[in-house]
Design a protein around this ligand. Structure first.
Ligand SMILES: C[S@@+](CC[C@H](N)C(=O)[O-])C[C@H]1O[C@@H](n2cnc3c(N)ncnc32)[C@H](O)[C@@H]1O
Length: 222
C-alpha cells in the first residue's frame, strides 16, 4: 500500500476504495459527462498520441479512452496502489501503462503528452499541491497538448451549494474551498494555461465543471 498521507484515497478513506465504482455510478450522473469528456479528449489527440490520466483511480476514464482509440498510448498514474490494483483487474486494463506516482512529481519527460486528464482529483489536493500538480502537468504536456479537468466548481444555485457543502464535510474544507469559490481557472492561469469551462453538470455532490486548458504559450516554438 502507498504511504498514508501522500494522497487522499478515491472514496476519502482507504477502506472504502473498493466501493468507489458503485458509489460513482449511484451518485455522480456519470453518463451526463464522462462520455463527453472522453470524446473531447480523443478528438484532439493525434494518431499514436499519448494521454496521461493523473489520479486515474479505478480507471474509469483510462479504460474507456484506451478502448476507444487502440492507436493511443494511455498512461494512468495514481498514488494509491489499491485503486490501481482494482483498475488493473478490469477488462481492457491490459492496454494501459499503470504507474504508482504522485501529482506534482510525474515521472514523465517534458513535453511528452498530447493530453492530460485530471478528473475528480484536484479537490483532494491542498492549494500548494494543486499548484504543483498543474505546473508539473504544464511541464509534461506538449505545447500543442490539452489539459482536461473535471472537478467541483462554483455552485449553479443555492441547491447545488448545499449539496457541495455536504461533500465538503466529507472531503474537508482545506482542499475544497477554492472549488466552491470558483478559483480553479485562476490556478490554471497561474500555472501557464488558458482555460475554458465547456460544461457544467448538476450532480448530487454539487456542480461539476469540465474545463479544457492549453498552454498559454502554445504559439511559441517547442
Ligand atoms: C475521486 S478519485 C478519482 C478517480 C478517477 N480520476 C475518476 O475520475 O473517477 C481521486 C483519485 O486521485 C488519487 N489521488 C489523490 N491525491 C493524489 C496525489 N497527490 N497524487 C496522485 N493521485 C492522487 C486518489 O488515490 C484517487 O484514486
Amino acid at each position: 500500500m502507498a504511504s498514508e498521507g501522500r494522497y487522499i484515497p478515491a472514496a476519502g478513506h482507504a477502506a472504502l476504495t473498493r466501493f468507489y465504482d458503485p458509489f460513482m455510478t449511484l451518485t455522480m450522473r456519470e453518463r451526463a459527462w464522462r462520455p463527453a469528456l472522453g470524446q473531447r479528449i480523443l478528438d484532439a489527440v493525434p494518431e499514436s498520441g499519448t494521454i496521461v490520466d493523473l489520479g486515474a483511480g479505478t480507471g474509469r476514464n483510462a479504460i474507456d479512452l484506451a478502448s476507444a482509440r487502440p492507436d493511443v498510448e494511455v498512461i494512468a498514474v495514481d498514488g494509491d496502489s489499491e485503486a490501481l490494483e482494482l483498475a488493473q483487474a478490469k477488462p481492457g486494463a491490459e492496454r494501459i501503462a499503470w504507474r504508482e506516482g504522485l501529482a506534482g512529481q510525474l515521472d514523465l519527460p517534458d513535453a511528452s503528452a498530447d493530453a492530460i486528464v485530471i478528473s475528480l482529483v484536484l479537490h483532494h489536493l491542498t492549494p500548494g499541491a494543486k499548484r504543483a500538480a498543474l505546473t508539473d502537468a504544464h511541464r509534461v504536456l506538449r505545447p500543442t497538448g490539452r489539459l482536461h479537468i473535471a472537478d467541483w466548481g462554483r455552485a449553479h444555485d443555492p441547491l447545488m451549494r448545499v449539496a457541495f457543502f455536504a461533500a465538503q464535510l466529507l472531503d474537508g474544507f482545506a482542499t475544497t474551498s477554492d472549488h466552491a469559490a470558483g478559483r480553479i481557472p485562476d490556478y490554471l492561469t497561474d500555472a501557464g494555461f488558458t482555460s475554458t469551462t465547456w460544461r457544467r453538470v448538476r450532480t448530487p455532490g454539487g456542480s461539476l465543471d469540465l474545463i479544457e486548458a492549453k498552454p498559454a504559450d502554445e504559439s511559441q516554438p517547442a
